[in-house]
Design a protein around this ligand. Sequence first.
Ligand code: FAD
Length: 435
Amino acid sequence: MSEEKHFKYVVLGGGVAGGYAAREFAKQGLNPGELAIISKEAVAPYERPALSKGYLFPQGAARLPGFHVCVGSGGERLLPEWYSEKGIELILNTEIVKADLTSKTLTSATGTAFTYDILIIATGSSVIKLSDFGVQGADFNYILYLREIDDADKLVAAIEAKKGGKAVVVGGGYIGLELSAALRINNFDVTMVYPEPWCMPRLFTADIAAFYEGYYANKGVKIVKGTVAVGFDSDKKGDVTAVKLKDGRVLDADIVVVGVGARPLTTLFKGQVAEEKGGIKTDGFFETNIPGVYAVGDVATFPMKLYSELRRVEHVDHARKSAEQAVKAIKASEKGESVEEYDYLPFFYSRAFDLSWQFYGDNVGDTVIFGENDPASPKPKFGSYWVKDGKVFGAFLEGGSPDENKVIAKVARVQPPVADVEELRKEGLQFACKI
Ligand SMILES: Cc1cc2nc3c(=O)[nH]c(=O)nc-3n(C[C@H](O)[C@H](O)[C@H](O)COP(=O)(O)OP(=O)(O)OC[C@H]3O[C@@H](n4cnc5c(N)ncnc54)[C@H](O)[C@@H]3O)c2cc1C
């Protein structure tokens, strides 16, 4: 007979949200044996953003246990021992292949059944692969993706195996930008390819992107825009040798890294729970339409109170905070109490080369750019505001200090009125400092 294990609380997914949920459960009070975290990864929850940054440094690279949660937000580092000390079962290397929300049962690939009273779905996202679109040759060796630590280890091994070679990065989003920088720092001859007119089009304006593209060009990264990879060549061993582009060009490549987006991992729950905007629909406490079933992090589509709209957010800050919110709500309801509804201010950031930017709020309306945005400047520092209906909705800052980043967060939250856009441009960061 196959094994069966019961827990009061099960968190499915041992990523960022899984780790922060565990810490919050411990904070709120937990009896040994009540909580299990189930993860298909082999390691305890860690700060995923490190994989495209410090993990790939040629010297002094970040390695576990250095970046287990919750160090990314300045908190305690939860080593595997922490879970056992707290009586939390950390069930690793375990993929759940079936979920039945009616019988409250999750079944693993090896046939173990996990039953629960309360479930938190924290399965995150999986990368979109070129093979999903049937791109010819997409399965050749050294065509790589990055989501989990195993992928990062493959990338590190490829960097070693193809030392100083040619790398093509497919995709101009934040993964593409961070990985291009990492490969360049590792002395690769790097070319980025993306179809859009400029990088990070989901957030960057043409002005913002012009700075980063100029900066990357100065670092020796080549950029090919307005086309996509339609096929690959390989040698006899099956190692990729070239990327064929739609516009007919062919780029030599020893390594190809693809960052063309991710999909929330909701398949296990299809048809069993309400969905919206590609994610699992929740309320402001991250509870789904099935009582006792919660969804947090990348998979949750939740009410964004600030904008009176349902949204899904694929960023680390929300993964942390949504997990904490769900656990607080669960624990409060057990005591017949309640917590405030989630009131989230969107926050994204990225770091590459010596650059570091933060963005808060909503990138809607007209934009105003300010500051020193010459890519050749020794100390670039510039920002942008998004203005809609005469109010500031979003704020971006490259090269800000921690205090300055706090100031732009505040401006995006307060949404102060703007009388004169030209005045706003001249005032730049000072405008936010006055709020
Ligand atoms: C390389 C990289 C860099 C990033 N950098 C930034 C950044 O700089 N700034 C930023 O804001 N955001 C960044 N992000 C996004 C951020 O990391 C994610 O939004 C965040 O990790 C989401 O947390 P999560 O817990 O929802 O999902 P994840 O952290 O992805 O965790 C999901 C976990 O669930 C497990 N799982 C999934 N399905 C199953 C199953 N069936 N059975 C068992 N286990 C399962 C997975 O193996 C994984 O461990 C980055 C993401 C990546 C991949």
